[in-house]
Design a protein around this ligand. Structure first.
Ligand code: ATP
Ligand code: MN
Length: 479
């Protein structure tokens, strides 16, 4: 018999029909005459209840069926009276596809801590929390591509291995095929990268932006959506060594166009999640509320779905970095030195605690900060007339802090060249980037949206290690 996925099975009302379901046992409970098995196949957060009559043959089988076992069940679709579902399956025959020894299987039908589940990342897809997150991730990938496709943006694959070490966004991982125990050296003792695979030093990319700009300066509107790598030794709940980034680049866009696009994108994908991931969001909302029961009422976060609607409801606040510094300097937290990093004045790099203060306490809305000091931003950002600031914009979200970082790009060849020399950036390997400013240069803009930060926000999870199936962080490469 052809298998029906549980997601579609639960929508059926043709009671009396013979069906086959396959999946993994979540729970089993027996009473005198019947046993109930909750079966899940990942197609939905919901389980289907399998009703098994107790008889000699089934009793033997049931003894071998435990949480985690894989089953194939032929049965009859039946209207359900009590399972919280409108349908259940009356089992006719059970095949055990794979047993799970209860003495060894780590996932029991009880609440496990997220830390414990990180150590069982090979099995955590089998929990409601992680399957819900995986389904939401999938929906968001789709939503992102829809958003850009609908607006005539072209998706460009930018390289993962790069020959430049000046992308300017973070520490890089080196890529080599050389034998680390016996590195070829030049006469002066330095490593001879000419002997390496590419004939030069290579790294994993920290951003697809620079190549994205090349494409935008021919195709107008493009976006990349790929993995990026940062060897920052930062053990925070918001940083991964390997994460996915959405990076649109648009010719003829100024900073305002850029901010409008980023705000539209965020609102579009949030709405998409509300429209397509309702059950998973409701589950995660309940999970978060349970988790926060121990917190004081005023420290609990806003209910998840309410929070998502809240972000959709109003335009994001837009203000300059300079204005934000004023707000922060005048804040009680800064005056009473309650921030971990006290803001001493203009020029300070904002930490997550400051970003969250602006969003959660002061404006109570997502905030877009613009026109940051040039000294704390990347070399390629368009310089303002004031000689101090650049046309940068960061979008700050509740609980997350920075979710988007972008800018109008410097289109002037001379200004860019002076800047590169000033900062002593090794540009020999990036002559091609500079050339775009020599030939048909135009104003253009772009930004990077961290995909996992977006998923953090959408799921209400608090650690970025829990919103990517196999997180890469310092000292963590098990799965
Ligand atoms: P942060 O200041 O939070 O470390 P950043 O300014 O270094 O971030 P950008 O280079 O602006 O980050 O990257 C664009 C976006 O990519 C960020 O806004 C964020 O959403 C995401 N991002 C950056 N670094 C990481 C990371 N290590 N792990 C996950 N997401 C990241
Ligand atoms: Mn940034």
């Amino acid at each position: 018999m052809k298998r029906t996925e549980i997601r579609s099975l639960l929508e059926r009302t043709d009671y009396g029909t013979a069906v086959n379901v396959k999946g993994w046992v979540r729970t089993k409970r027996s009473s005198k005459n019947v046993a109930f098995i909750a079966l899940n196949d990942g197609s939905t957060i919901k389980n289907v209840q399998i009703v098994v009559e107790m008889n000699e043959e089934n009793d033997k089988l049931l003894e071998r069926i435990h949480t985690g076992a894989a089953l194939s069940i032929d049965g009859v679709l039946t209207e359900s009276m009590g399972s919280g579902q409108s349908v259940e399956v009356q089992s006719k025959s059970i095949e055990i596809l794979g047993e799970a020894n209860p003495d060894e299987y780590p996932l029991q039908p009880k609440k496990h801590s997220l830390e414990f589940l990180r150590e069982k990342a090979h099995l955590r897809f089998r929990t409601n929390t992680f399957s819900a997150i995986a389904r939401i991730r999938h929906a968001m990938i789709f939503a992102v591509h829809n958003f850009f496709n609908d607006r005539n943006f072209y998706n460009i694959h930018t390289p993962i291995i790069t020959g430049s070490d000046a992308e300017g966004a973070g520490e890089m991982f080196q890529v080599t095929t050389m034998n680390l125990e016996n590195l070829p050296k030049k006469e002066d003792g330095s490593i001879d990268f000419e002997k390496d695979f590419f004939g030069k030093a290579a790294n994993l990319t920290v951003s697809g932006q620079l190549e994205g700009e090349l494409a935008a300066l021919a195709m107008s509107n493009i976006y990349t959506f790929g993995p990026t790598f940062r060897a920052e030794n930062s053990n925070t709940s918001r940083h991964l060594a390997e994460f996915w980034m959405i990076e649109p680049e648009m010719a003829f866009y100024d900073l305002n166009d850029n901010m409008d696009l980023a705000e539209d994108l965020l609102k579009y994908v949030i709405q998409y999640a509300l429209d397509h991931c309702r059950e998973d969001l409701e589950f995660l909302s309940k999970r978060q509320q349970d988790e926060e029961k121990t917190k004081k009422e005023d420290e609990r976060s806003m209910e998840l779905i309410k929070k998502l609607n809240f972000v959709l409801a109003e335009p994001f606040v837009r203000l300059t970095y300079t204005e934000a510094i004023d707000v922060l300097m005048n804040s009680k937290l800064n005056k009473k030195k309650k921030f971990q990093y006290i803001i001493e004045g203009w020029g300070a790099d904002l930490q997550s605690e400051h970003e969250r203060y602006l969003v959660e306490k002061h404006f109570k809305r997502p905030v877009i900060l613009t026109d940051y000091p040039a000294s704390i931003k990347a070399f390629y950002m368009k310089q303002n007339e004031d000689g101090k600031t650049v046309r940068a914009m960061d979008i700050l979200f509740p609980q997350i802090g920075e979710i988007v970082g972008g800018s109008q790009r410097e289109e002037s060849y001379n200004k860019l060249l002076i800047k590169i020399k000033e900062l002593d950036i090794p540009m020999e390997s990036m002559w091609w980037y500079l050339e775009t400013r020599k030939f048909g240069s135009v104003p253009h803009s772009g930004f990077g949206l961290g995909f996992e930060r977006l998923i953090l926000f959408l799921t209400g999870m608090s650690n970025i290690r829990d919103v990517i199936p196999f997180p890469r962080t310092p000292l963590n490469l098990e799965f």
